[in-house]
Design a protein. Structure first.
Length: 360
């Protein structure tokens, strides 16, 4: 059976570090913690789990810090986590099976990253990451902000998921890093423009975000999945700016990169027509979103809501508007399977039960 070194970088993570290490301590053979300048109880908490605690002066470069943490691994493979990540019980069992059965010829194992979870336990954002990597391959991290691990060789996809449980959100930190890059005259890659656009959008700078997404799309280089989401995110910016027709153009543009429509585009197109009271058109696109099955091997972002409860809830509204109450009720019930205590769903349920005389 393979052995695993956990490698983490931390700073002022006293609120979440214990929670993280509790879920992983029984899965790894070594825990390496690199502290980058904590001023709280982070190091004290880490000492409860390991004596392999190291210190690294923070330079503002996440990739450099992650590469430093990898230097201390002494086992066959490296697992990395952020302090606000956890491995849920179901995934702990999957992880144990993977560890027992993994062929040592494998260079990297990808795992799902459940980057967002709603109050009902539904995953809101998921994508794959190379998560368990062979130590002697000396894979390196790159990227100034949204880091990536440069991995090659024999890579397999697993069904294990790491779940992110963030309790804080640093809104301006990443944006300031990109601004520093611009001030020093750094040449942006297509990837840089995509993530810079995301930071601008999340901080309310929609016009500038659109410009960054356009630059990503226009460049011949770059991951096609980033270009697909550049179209989607650009569409969101146009909608928030009240530019509905440009929103629709951006959504249709996404088909160039995805080749076939995806739920994230279809549900948005559905809402575009719904907002114009073109309910038959909206219904068509929402139903397309429901019919498209997620690809479990997809590495790029996936937003499960757009193929599950969200189109069901919107179909409830659309069918109600055209007088098909039973269909509206049925879709609301489908949405309730995902969001059992959602106020809008429960309001709809009461309304339709009275309308359709379903109450006793």
């Amino acid at each position: 059976m393979i052995t695993i070194s956990l490698c983490m970088i931390v700073k002022n993570e006293e609120k979440v570090l214990d929670r993280c290490l509790q879920t992983v301590k029984g899965l790894v053979d070594e825990i390496n913690i690199v502290d980058t300048g904590s001023e709280d109880r982070t190091v004290e908490i880490a000492k409860e789990y390991t004596d392999r605690i190291f210190f690294y002066e923070w330079t503002g470069d996440f990739a450099a810090a992650r590469n430093e943490s990898f230097k201390y691994a002494t086992k066959d493979y490296i697992l990395y986590l952020d302090a606000d990540d956890v491995i849920l019980e179901e995934d702990q069992e999957k992880f144990k099976k993977l560890k027992k059965s993994l062929d040592p010829s494998v260079d990297s194992v990808s795992m799902f990253y459940n980057a967002g979870v709603d109050e009902y336990g539904n995953v809101t954002l998921r994508y794959r990451r190379n998560r368990l990597v062979k130590t002697d391959k000396k894979f390196k991290w790159g990227g100034d902000v949204h880091n990536y691990l440069n991995v090659s060789g024999h890579i397999i996809n697993s069904d294990v998921a790491i779940t992110h449980k963030k309790i804080k959100h640093a809104t301006n930190r990443n944006l300031s890093i990109y601004k520093t890059k611009i001030e020093r005259g750094d040449v942006f890659s297509a990837r840089d423009y995509f993530y810079y656009g995301n930071e601008l959008r999340e901080n309310g700078h929609r016009e500038k975000a659109i410009e960054a997404y356009e630059k990503n799309i226009q460049m011949t280089e770059g991951w096609i999945e980033d270009k697909f989401y550049a179209c989607i995110n650009k569409a969101d910016c146009h909608r928030q700016l009240g530019e509905q027709e440009r929103e629709l153009e951006a959504l249709i543009q996404s088909f160039i990169f995805s080749k076939t429509p995806r739920p994230e585009a279809c549900s948005r197109i559905g809402y575009h027509f719904q907002s114009k009271r073109l309910y038959d058109h909206a219904i068509y696109w929402y139903e397309q979103a429901l019919n498209l099955k997620p690809d479990t091997n997809q590495w790029s972002f996936s937003y499960p809501a757009y193929s599950t409860w969200y189109p069901h809830l919107q179909l409830c509204v659309c069918y109600d508007r055209i007088g098909k109450k039973q269909k509206a009720y049925d879709h609301n019930e489908k949405a309730r399977e995902y969001r059992p205590q959602d106020r809008a769903v429960l309001h709809n349920k009461t309304y339709f039960e009275k309308t359709l005389n379903l109450t006793e």
